[in-house]
Write a protein that binds this ligand. Structure first.
Ligand SMILES: [Zn+2]
Length: 221
């Protein structure tokens, strides 16, 4: 994978927590060389903006805080990576076509659920209920991420827990590694449940080309 590919990979999960899981490509549980797209706080910040997790105002707040306290930026990155792997460990076993680790989920650092719960409670402690009389529905707004330093992992863990609670399991898919796909997770929201690839432009096209090649080889024998 070239350097120019970094940062340009597609955002196709259909949910922020799945997009987070898909910042490793391919997702093959060590089956093929995996590239991690979140190796620095700067990459995390850029991805958060590009994926729509944060708006421009959040971006400036996080960027300013991280610049003046780089150790907090590293802490936020580490929290994000823990949330990412725990989310993957929880979702992958329920996703159609996903690669499941032979040794199951690592137990040494506590279960994936425990890790998510700890991160989620910390995020909840940093959230605020802000009354808004101008609303037509509801009385207050729940603002997650009132502390800029941890705003990104806080939003991500809340999104992950929300997805785990509410995901329509028949929509949860992995791009099929066995057929040459990348293992990314996504929600198939097509009406007939026919989405097979993370994106037709990437894995779908590659599979099509491979099939054509196989057919050509078979007929030329
Ligand atoms: Zn794919």
């Amino acid at each position: 994978m070239t350097d120019s590919f970094r940062g340009e990979y597609r955002i196709v999960g259909g949910h922020p927590a799945l997009d987070l899981v898909n910042t490793v490509s391919p997702r093959t549980r060590g089956g093929a060389a995996e590239v991690d797209h979140l190796t620095s706080p700067a990459e995390l910040l850029a991805w958060s903006r590009r994926s729509g997790l944060i708006d421009l105002r959040d971006y400036s707040a996080v960027e300013g805080t991280w610049r003046s306290a780089p150790e907090l930026a590293v802490k936020a990155l580490n929290a994000t990576l823990e949330i990412r792997e725990a989310t993957y460990d929880v979702l992958a076993p329920r996703a159609a076509h996903a690669v499941i680790a032979a040794d199951g989920v690592k137990q040494s650092e506590g279960s994936a659920f425990e890790r998510l719960m700890l991160r989620w409670s910390a995020a909840a402690a940093r959230s605020m209920l802000i009354p808004d009389p101008a609303r037509d529905r509801g009385i207050a707004e729940l603002v997650v991420g009132t502390s800029p330093a941890q705003l990104i992992p806080d939003r991500l863990v809340v999104a992950a827990v929300e997805l785990i609670r509410t995901v329509e399991l028949r929509q949860l898919r992995a791009c099929p590694v066995d057929d040459g796909g990348c293992g990314w997770l996504f929600l198939d929201r097509s009406r007939n449940g026919s989405r097979r690839w993370c994106s037709m432009e990437d894995c779908g096209t590659r599979a099509k080309i491979r099939k054509l090649g196989e057919r050509r080889r078979a007929t030329s024998v």
